[in-house]
Design a protein around this ligand. Structure first.
Ligand SMILES: [Zn+2]
Length: 153
């Protein structure tokens, strides 16, 4: 098959994916701050509506996935959006887009958040996490995120 034939086949699919919406859900952890001991709700996973198994969820602890969820939160005027920002990590020795405490702004490190998500997955309890946001988004956004696997293209 030539590139032209592939492009001819793929373009209508991409156009459909760009204009058709799918339900996406963001769920939060109930997370106790290591610094001030108050409870925050950092967005932890993103998944298609109704699909909460380990193969359907994306962790939103850093990078592209977190940037995407920050944008969804901002569009939704959700105050949690303000808790997602670049912070300096002593562990990593650099600033990165991170979650933080909604009370004292302490950085919530990527690794401890991932450990918490892993524990929830082990209990098969993703569906029990509180829903932070539910939105209809173009299908192509989900494709881009799942293709990129959290990395920048
Ligand atoms: Zn705190």
């Amino acid at each position: 098959m030539s590139w032209q034939e592939i492009a001819h086949t793929v373009r209508p699919v991409l156009n459909e994916a760009a204009t058709s919406a799918m339900p996406l859900v963001v769920r939060s952890l109930v997370y106790v701050c290591w610094k001030c001991s108050a409870t925050s709700n950092p967005p932890a996973v993103l998944h298609p509506g109704g699909a909460t198994d380990q193969y359907s969820i994306l962790e939103v602890t850093s990078g592209l996935n977190l940037a995407y969820v920050q944008e969804l939160m901002t569009l939704d005027h959700n105050p949690i959006a303000a808790t997602i920002k670049p912070r300096y990590s002593k562990t990593r020795g650099e600033r990165y887009l991170s979650h933080g405490c909604s009370h004292c702004d302490a950085l919530f490190g990527e690794f401890p958040l991932q450990e918490s998500i892993t524990a929830v997955l082990a209990d098969d309890a993703i569906a029990d996490l509180p829903i932070q946001l539910a939105a209809e988004r173009p299908i192509i956004e989900w494709w881009a995120l799942t293709s990129a696997r959290g990395d920048i293209f």
